[in-house]
Each structure stands twice: as structure tokens, then as C-alpha cells.
Write a protein that binds this ligand. Structure first.
Ligand SMILES: [Zn+2]
Length: 78
């Protein structure tokens, strides 16, 4: 039986709290991988992804949308 641990490096399929929106620095919940040769990755919070979504999709970017996880975040007050 395989025991899953959370110690291994997070797979690219999951954004972490360390991933920050490139625009405003909020926690990122969407990663867009551009279809350009270098496969540049952009990180967005929910707000900024909405602002750029159409452009990204039109450009053929691969979208990793984890906005469903926004509500799962434990309250984190600074
Ligand atoms: Zn943002």
C-alpha cells in the first residue's frame, strides 16, 4: 500500500501559497503557460486572471485554473 506524503515536491499541477500573482502579489490560483516557444508561465490571482483570460485563451495559453481552491484556504490574517 502506498502512503501519500506531503513532503515530496508539489507537482506542477498545484499552485502553492508561494505562488503569487504577477500583477498584484496576491496568492495565485491560476497559472497560464504561454504557447510561445519558451513556454513562459504567468501566475494570476482570480481577479487578474479574469482580466486577462480572454487574451490568454486567444493566444492559446494552457490554463491551470485552481480557483476552486480559493475557498479552501484557511483564513490567514497578517
Ligand atoms: Zn492579481
Amino acid at each position: 500500500m502506498t502512503v501519500a506524503t506531503f513532503d515530496q515536491p508539489t507537482s506542477t499541477a498545484h499552485l502553492t501559497r508561494q505562488d503569487r500573482c504577477d500583477r498584484c502579489g496576491a496568492q495565485a490560483f491560476v497559472k497560464a503557460t504561454l504557447a510561445t516557444g519558451d513556454g513562459m508561465e504567468l501566475l494570476f490571482c482570480g481577479h487578474h486572471f479574469r482580466a486577462h483570460e480572454q487574451k490568454l485563451v486567444a493566444a492559446g495559453a494552457t490554463i491551470l485554473d485552481e480557483r476552486h481552491r480559493i475557498d479552501e484556504q484557511p483564513a490567514e490574517r497578517v
